[in-house]
Design a protein around this ligand. Structure first.
Ligand code: AMP
Length: 167
């Protein structure tokens, strides 16, 4: 539908006392991490993928943070966070993040092992999601400084990290 058609429809609906709204945008926070190859370049390129994605509007990307790896001995990580808006549902957004991971050749050889690119969905609006493929808020996000620090840098104040306002 063209924007003129949409406006015409909205004004007709408003004359008829109907409430309409444009497609609902969801706000989500994403953690990015890498410790294989040129990790800083990988994270910048992953942010570009989010920026260029037709169903995702990148709102902000944090600075890059170098952090020691958890798990078996391996190179330091480079971490960052991004805030996006999207019309995608949470599972569809997760699938897009996994497709980006795959595009960067992510291999799952070892649990907690090194990785070219890891993308985690931290927050999706204020939703709590318990799905076999998706836990939101990400269960470990509050234990990880390498998530909280970049997220605090870019999270819109009073918005994504604040408690839901009573309606
Ligand atoms: P990881 O190896 O840590 O990236 O974990 C990937 C697996 O965790 C995938 O099978 C996902 O379906 C699952 N998963 C559950 N919750 C999340 C989340 N919030 N963000 C990303 N992956 C998740």
């Amino acid at each position: 539908m063209s924007s003129e058609d949409q406006e015409r429809l909205e004004s007709q609906c408003s004359r008829e006392g109907l409430q309409v709204s444009r497609a609902h945008l969801h706000r989500a926070a994403i953690a990015l991490g890498s410790n294989l190859g040129d990790s800083a370049a990988t994270l910048r390129a992953a942010c570009d993928r989010l920026r260029e994605h037709p169903a995702i509007a990148l709102q902000s990307c944090s600075s890059l943070y170098r952090t020691p790896a958890i798990g078996p001995p391996q190179p330091d990580y480079v971490n960052a966070c991004a805030v996006v808006e999207t019309e995608l549902g949470a599972i569809a957004l997760l699938e897009e993040l996994q497709a980006i991971e795959q595009a960067f050749g992510r291999q799952r050889l070892e649990h907690w092992g090194p990785r070219t690119l890891d993308l985690d969905l931290l927050l999706y609006d204020h939703e709590m999601i318990h799905h076999p493929r998706l836990q939101v808020p990400h269960p470990h996000m509050t234990e990880r400084g390498f998530v909280l620090l970049p997220l605090a840098e870019i999270a819109p104040p009073g918005c994504i990290l604040s408690p839901r306002k009573a309606s």
